[in-house]
Design a protein around this ligand. Structure first.
Ligand code: SF4
Length: 432
């Protein structure tokens, strides 16, 4: 979501003559668009500002803005602790950035804007063209969360669930596709909780997918991140009816132990989770599942951990993420006693070995197979191209005729943990 927000900030700032630079010393302004999910997020901001300070020691001080969830959570403290910061702007108020910069120029005072102004934010953004021109682009449809998992900071930094108006999203999607986008990844902290009511109509994530599925020039649709509780029958059925909806579902379970899921306040158990997967696989046998896992949640014992490992093997997850629990300030779990770090590290290693083996098995099965790939770009300084399979696995391949943005067949001739390698097949018996 930060990538989407950063691009939208650039769209807004291009109206007052700002443009992105890759040459650090050329910059008049630094914007650190921050995420608060991972450990040491705040310290990373101070480190980065320290580097800017050093580079600009003998130059005119640039404007320094901290935006995103770290700004939301710690703006007062940051402005006090680091005088080099000129502004702190929360993730629900960045639509004001142009006015705030102009105000700062006039008044030369520090600015702290962390209001939850999400309705106005999207109304304002609607007036500014989303100029993303990547083949695969993000589109935020929903923000915030009402679930309050005990480890998670999102409900405090992004606020309560908010769903953007259906038509507003469809218009933005149409603009993206007119701009050359071939894959849209619908975004939300709780994306499948999307629910917009207008007159007597109730629009859900499945309504959006069905509408986008009808866009002629759009080739692929994905969405992230979902909560198991919000996997409605309607959404599950999209995997049967919507050809463009890719058969990889990122559905975080976090733990395979019902006891830990309860302590996490996840509001689902493993039986319910497995029942969703069963339904999905019954209607579409191409479906693969990825997940996030937290290792060493306070109170996790060996039995809980082994339940998680068994569940991972049982589901056969691909493309998943695993982390050791780290307390986020202000969340209920941050009050709990931490598990032994050595035990956590051992468990994480074991889990990652299991996940890596599953990923390798997944990749190995594709050896000598033809895969449908969306061509995303040509690798810099190389003749090779980059694209992704339906399940998001990166593919590096040779081709003499492919075009960026088209779906092609690639025959896979080798693989490693993260990538597949191969060559473009123009027709069944002929390599291009
Ligand atoms: S559902 Fe997701 S975003 Fe919401 S509190 Fe839980 S982990 Fe955080």
């Amino acid at each position: 979501m930060n990538e989407y927000d950063s691009n939208r900030i650039l769209d807004l700032l291009s109206n007052i003559g700002f443009e992105k630079t890759t040459i650090k010393k050329n910059a008049d302004c630094f914007i650190l668009n921050t995420c608060h999910i991972r450990e040491k997020a705040t310290e990373k901001v101070y480190d980065e500002i320290g580097r800017v300070k050093k580079d600009f020691k003998n130059l005119k001080k640039p404007l320094v803005i901290v935006s995103g969830c770290v700004a939301q959570a710690e703006s007062d403290e940051m402005l006090k602790r680091e005088p080099y910061i000129d502004m702190a702007i929360g993730p629900q108020s960045y639509h004001n950035i142009v006015d705030l910069i102009l105000k700062h120029k006039r008044k030369k005072e520090k600015i702290n804007n962390t209001e939850f102004d999400v309705v106005r934010k999207f109304d304002q953004l609607e007036k500014v063209l989303n100029k993303q021109n990547k083949i695969s682009s993000y589109l935020t449809i929903q923000e915030g969360c009402d679930k309050f998992c005990h480890f998670c900071v999102v409900p405090y930094t992004r606020g309560p669930e908010y769903s953007r108006p259906f038509k507003q999203i469809i218009n933005e999607a149409r603009n993206l596709v007119n701009n050359g986008v071939k894959e849209i990844i619908l975004l939300g902290q709780n994306v499948n909780a999307y629910n917009f009511k207008e007159n007597n109509n109730n629009f859900t994530l499945s309504s959006l997918i069905r509408e986008l599925n009808g866009f002629e020039d759009l080739k692929r649709i994905r969405y992230i991140t979902s909560h198991p509780k919000d996997m409605s029958e309607d959404l599950i059925n999209c995997y049967k009816d919507c050809r463009k909806l890719m058969p990889l579902l990122h559905l975080p379970i976090q733990s395979g132990s019902n006891r830990i899921l309860k302590l996490m306040n996840r509001k689902h158990d493993t039986e319910y989770y497995l029942s969703i997967i069963k339904k999905l696989k019954n209607i579409n046998n191409e479906i693969k599942i990825s997940s996030d896992f937290i290792v060493g949640y306070p109170g996790e014992n060996e039995e809980d951990f082994s339940d998680t490992i068994n569940l991972i093997k049982n589901v056969g997850f691909v493309n998943s993420y695993s982390f050791i629990f780290s307390p986020r300030p202000g969340t209920p779990a941050s009050q709990k006693k931490l598990n032994n770090i050595k035990i956590n590290e051992r468990r994480l290693k074991k889990m990652q070995d299991v996940l890596e083996n599953l990923q390798l098995d997944n990749n190995k099965k594709l050896l000598n197979q033809c895969c449908e790939i969306l061509v995303e770009n040509k690798l810099q300084n190389q003749e090779k191209y980059f694209g992704r399979t339906k399940d998001m696995t990166p593919v590096i391949f040779d081709s003499e005729t492919c075009k960026i943005g088209e779906i092609i067949n690639v025959k896979i001739n080798s693989y490693n943990l993260k990538n597949l390698f191969g060559f473009h097949i123009v027709n069944k018996n002929k390599a291009a």
